[in-house]
Design a protein. Structure first.
Length: 364
C-alpha cells in the first residue's frame, strides 16, 4: 500500500496575511513544490529504524536524505510477547524525525513498513496506531513474503555474475529471510524462500551467555549456530541443486555482514562506500566470527565499526551467518548495504530492479 506524504501548503492567492495579533510566531511562508517528485522509504525493524528519501533523475534514483537510528523495538519481546513502553517511545521518537524529514524534503509519495517485531508482538497494532496519531506516518506491517521480495528487489544487482542459482539472505533483528533466486532474460525471480524467527535480537535473548569466560561464550555461540541450522534444515533439503550447494552464490544484506566486512577491511569506523558490493572470502567471515564469539563485550565494543550499541548483538548475527555457511558452504560472500528501503523506492517510482539507487558520492 502506498501512502501519500503530508501535503505541503500552497502559497496564498488572497494577498498578504493580516497582522499577527495573538502573540504566536508568524508561520513561515510555504515553499513552492519541487517539480521533481520525491519518494521516501521507511523500514522499522526489530532493531533499527531507517529512512531513505530519493528523487528520480533519468533512469536513476538519487538519495537526497537518509536517517538511521537503533531503537531496539524487539527488546524483551522473546520473553514477554510484547513491545515494551520504552521501546515504543524509542520507535515513535525515531519516526517523528522521519516525519519531519518527509515534510522538509517535500516528499510526494512514501511507504513505511514494519517487520517481525510488529508481526509477532501482541500489541503491534497499538504501536501502529500510536505512530499514526503522533507522527502522521501510516505503518504497513508486512508479512515475511513481502519482506523477502523487497530485500531481493533492493540488493540483487550486487550478485556476482554466474549461471547457477544464488542465495540472498537478510539477517534482521527478529527474523532471517533466505531467498533462492534465479535469473532469466536479465530479470531476477525468487524460486524458493524461507523466513525463520531468529535474528540478532531474538537469538541473543534466546541463547544468552551463561558465564563470563571464553568457554561459556563459545558454548552459547555453538548453541546459536545449532538453532539456526535446525530452523533452516527443511529449506536446506529443498535447496540442493544438481551442481551441489557449493556452487551457490551467497549475498548478504544486513548489519551483520556489513559489520564483518568492516572488520575484514580493518576500518576504524563504518564506511558504506568501502563495504557495499564487497566480496569477502567465506573463510575470513568464519575467522572473524569465531574471534568475535570468543571476545568479551568490551573487546567487541573496542572495534570502531562495532561500538557499544552493537557489541552485544553482533555475535548472534555471526552465528546465523555461520549456520547459513554450514549448510551452503560457498567460498565467497557478497556484501550489500542495501535492501528493503531500496526495494520500496523502486516500487514507488515504478522503476525496474536494474535501476540504481545512488547515494551521494557513490559511483554508478
Amino acid at each position: 500500500m502506498r501512502h501519500a506524504a503530508v501535503p505541503q501548503g500552497q502559497p496564498s492567492r488572497r494577498g498578504p496575511r493580516p497582522p499577527n495579533t495573538d502573540n504566536r510566531p508568524a508561520a513561515a511562508a510555504s515553499p513552492a513544490y519541487h517539480r521533481t517528485p520525491g519518494y521516501a522509504a521507511i523500514d522499522l525493524g526489530t532493531n533499527n529504524c531507517r529512512l531513505l528519501i530519493a528523487r528520480p533523475e533519468d533512469s536513476k534514483l538519487i538519495v537526497v536524505d537518509a536517517f538511521s537510528r537503533i531503537v531496539r523495538l524487539g527488546e524483551g519481546l522473546q520473553a514477554t510477547g510484547r513491545i515494551s513502553a520504552a521501546a515504543m517511545d524509542r520507535a515513535v521518537g525515531a519516526l517523528a524525525v522521519c516525519a519531519d524529514k518527509l515534510r522538509r524534503r517535500h516528499v510526494t509519495l512514501s511507504r513505511a513498513v514494519a517487520t517481525e517485531a510488529c508481526r509477532r508482538a501482541v500489541n503491534g497494532a497499538e504501536l501502529v496506531e500510536r505512530v499514526r496519531q503522533e507522527t502522521g506516518i501510516a505503518l504497513d506491517v508486512i508479512d515475511a513474503a513481502e519482506e523477502a521480495r523487497l530485500a531481493v528487489l533492493g540488493c540483487h544487482s550486487l550478485l556476482e555474475p554466474g549461471d547457477g542459482p544464488a542465495l540472498i539472505f537478510d539477517i534482521g533483528g527478529g527474523s532471517t529471510e533466505l531467498m533462492l533466486v534465479g535469473e532469466a532474460d536479465g530479470r531476477v525471480r525468487i524460486d524458493d524462500w524461507i523466513s525463520i524467527p531468529w535474528g540478532v535480537v531474538s537469538l541473543t535473548e534466546y541463547a544468552p551467555v551463561m558465564g563470563d569466560d571464553v568457554a561459556a561464550r563459545v558454548a552459547a555461540y555453538d548453541r546459536m549456530r545449532g538453532v539456526t541450522r535446525d530452523a533452516l534444515s527443511s529449506f536446506a533439503a529443498r535447496v540442493a541443486t544438481g551442481s551441489g550447494s557449493a556452487a551457490l552464490r551467497l549475498l548478504g544484506t544486513s548489519g551483520t555482514v556489513t559489520t564483518l566486512a568492516s572488520v575484514f577491511l580493518e576500518l576504524p569506523r563504518y564506511d558504506r562506500r568501502a563495504v557495499d558490493g564487497l566480496i569477502v572470502p567465506a573463510e575470513a567471515m568464519r575467522e572473524i566470527s569465531a574471534r568475535l564469539a570468543a571476545a568479551s563485550l568490551d573487546e567487541r565494543a573496542a572495534f570502531g565499526c562495532i561500538g557499544r550499541e552493537r557489541a552485544d548483538l553482533v555475535v548472534a548475527g555471526c552465528a546465523i551467518l555461520e549456520g547459513i555457511m554450514d549448510l551452503w558452504p560457498a567460498t565467497r560472500v557478497g556484501v550489500a548495504d542495501r535492501g528493503i528501503r531500496e526495494g520500496i523506492l523502486r516500487r514507488l517510482a515504478g522503476f525496474d530492479g536494474d535501476s540504481p539507487v545512488i547515494r551521494r558520492g557513490q559511483q554508478q
